[in-house]
Structures are given as structure tokens and as C-alpha cells.
Design a protein around this ligand. Structure first.
Ligand SMILES: [Zn+2]
Length: 292
């Protein structure tokens, strides 16, 4: 590659020299006899000058031919795909598109390179956040994009999770944007998915609306919502999004005992008039906000 470039450079250079010397020949021809040829035998002097110039051009041409023969021709025509049609563009403002296209291509190429590097670094420093109990062969499947998945994939995931927890009902209200509503014994959660990843969670009382944008009017559910956001970030795993969702829901399932389980630390049900609103991320044990 390096050698090819060097040869290409020297070939281009010899073409440049040839062009400049050919230009000198034409200059001399167009000027004809000049004053500096003097009076004696000016014709022969002029012809001599022209001969010299032509010899130089001849030598330059040989150089070009030599350097050309050193070059390796490309294996076939370059496939530019649809971009070839851009050369046929006639409107002024679109003619600059090709340059932009090339720049964009370089950008994406760089992004790919950098993200591959980042991916390697992150993979080397991974730490285990998700529960091993859900390990299936499915999670080994690498996904190219977790943001843009067909709704059926999300629906399938939700149905499979629904089967895992018989005491919880999961309903999806919209066919296009599946924001499933998860109803446990004591509360319900509305979850917004972005692709296969959980983007937002709101926990409310059963009587409240399924609106994603308003928070619950009960302090206890607002506190649980807050803790859900923390857990959502904790379980977030772009490499294994399905496992992340399952782990999150496994954790969330422990809120079924929100009003019945005492705090693991102080053994009380209430502290500051609130039940234990925190669930440990590893062993799912209940704690008060102040006791965790
Ligand atoms: Zn406590």
C-alpha cells in the first residue's frame, strides 16, 4: 500500500513535469523569433532552442511511461453504488452532495472504528449486574441494534415475561408503541420501551390513570417510581437487553410485598409513615429509604 502510494505520487509528479515542459514548447512556438536571439543566424538559434525543448519533452514522456508501467492497475471498475448517479445531477445546489456524502461516509467509518474499540474496552471491564438465574441460550444471540426492533419482538418478550410471573398481569394498550402496563397485587407500573430497552417507568395506584407523563399522587408510589429509575439504570445492558428487562422485572416483582413485608434492618413496617420502599438489587430484600 505504502509502496503503491509512493509510485502513484512519483507518476503524478512526472506528469506534472511533462505538462510544464510541453507548455514551454508552446510558449516558444507562439512567441516565434525574439529579440534575445540576436541578429546573426537567429533562425538556427531558434530551431536549436526548440529542439532542446522537444528533447526535454521526449525525456519527460519516457519518464511518465516508465512510472506508469510501475503502477498496478485497479482490479476492476470501482463500484460506487447509487452515488454514481450524483454525477448526472444538474441542479447547482445538489452538485456539492458528493463531497458531503464522502464526508459522511468517513464519519460513519470512524464511528464504527471507535465504537468497536470502546466495545472491546467495555467488554474487558464488564461487571455482572444482571441475575444469572435468567441465563438462557437466547441471550448469546448478538443483536445489531436494540433501538430499532419490530414491535413483535417486544411483544414476544413481554408475553414470555408475563408467563414467568403468574400473579402479575401485563397488558399492552397500543399496537404500535407498546407501553405495557404491569399490574401487581398492590400497584401497577407503566413502562415505556425504546426498542428492547426500558426507557421510563411510572408506578401508580390501581385507581390512577395509565398516563406515562403524570406521577402518582401517593408519596409511596412516587418513592417506588424513583427507586425503579435507579434500578432501570442499574440493570441497563445494551449488549443483553432482554436479560436486562427480565432482571428489572424480576426485581420489580418483589414489590408485591410492598405493604406486607417488614424492613430487613429495623424490622418495622412503617418508618416516617412509609413502608419499605427500597428492594435490594441483589437479594431483593425490603428496606426503608433510611435503612438501606
Ligand atoms: Zn427500616
Amino acid at each position: 500500500m505504502e509502496r503503491d502510494l509512493e509510485q502513484l505520487n512519483s507518476a503524478l509528479n512526472s506528469v506534472k513535469i511533462l505538462r510544464s515542459n510541453v507548455r514551454r514548447v508552446f510558449e516558444s512556438v507562439s512567441n516565434g523569433l525574439r529579440a534575445d536571439h540576436g541578429d546573426d543566424g537567429k533562425e538556427s538559434k531558434y530551431i536549436l532552442e526548440l529542439q532542446e525543448l522537444l528533447t526535454t519533452v521526449n525525456n519527460n514522456l519516457r519518464d511518465v511511461e516508465n512510472s506508469m508501467s510501475n503502477l498496478t492497475p485497479p482490479p476492476g471498475p470501482f463500484s460506487l453504488g447509487n452515488t454514481t448517479y450524483l454525477s448526472q445531477e444538474t441542479t447547482q445546489e445538489r452538485q456539492a452532495l458528493y463531497g458531503q456524502l464522502v464526508n459522511t461516509y468517513k464519519w460513519t467509518d470512524k464511528i464504527r472504528e471507535y465504537s468497536a474499540l470502546a466495545g472491546n474496552i467495555l467488554a474487558a471491564n464488564s461487571f455482572n449486574k444482571t441475575y444469572k438465574t435468567f441465563s438462557t441460550t437466547k441471550r448469546r444471540k448478538t443483536q445489531t441494534s436494540n433501538h430499532n426492533v419490530p414491535p413483535e419482538v417486544i411483544e414476544n418478550l413481554i408475553t414470555s415475561i408475563d408467563r414467568l410471573f403468574p400473579d402479575v398481569t401485563i397488558t399492552t394498550n397500543s399496537p404500535f408503541v407498546p407501553n405495557p402496563v404491569i399490574q401487581g397485587r398492590v400497584l401497577k407500573a407503566i413502562i415505556a420501551f425504546k426498542g428492547l430497552m426500558i426507557e421510563w417507568v411510572v408506578v401508580k395506584a390501581h385507581a390512577e390513570s395509565n398516563d406515562l407523563w403524570t406521577e402518582s399522587r401517593y408519596k409511596v408510589f412516587r418513592k417506588v417510581t424513583e427507586n425503579c429509575h435507579a434500578a432501570m439504570c442499574h440493570f441497563y445492558s445494551p449488549m443483553m437487553p432482554e436479560l436486562a428487562v427480565r432482571s428489572f422485572l424480576h426485581w420489580f416483582h418483589s414489590y408485591n410485598t410492598l405493604f406486607s413485608a417488614p424492613c430487613k434492618r429495623c424490622a418495622n413496617h412503617l418508618h416516617n409513615n412509609l413502608p419499605p420502599t427500597w428492594r435490594d438489587l441483589r437479594n431483593l430484600e425490603p428496606y426503608h429509604e433510611e435503612c438501606k
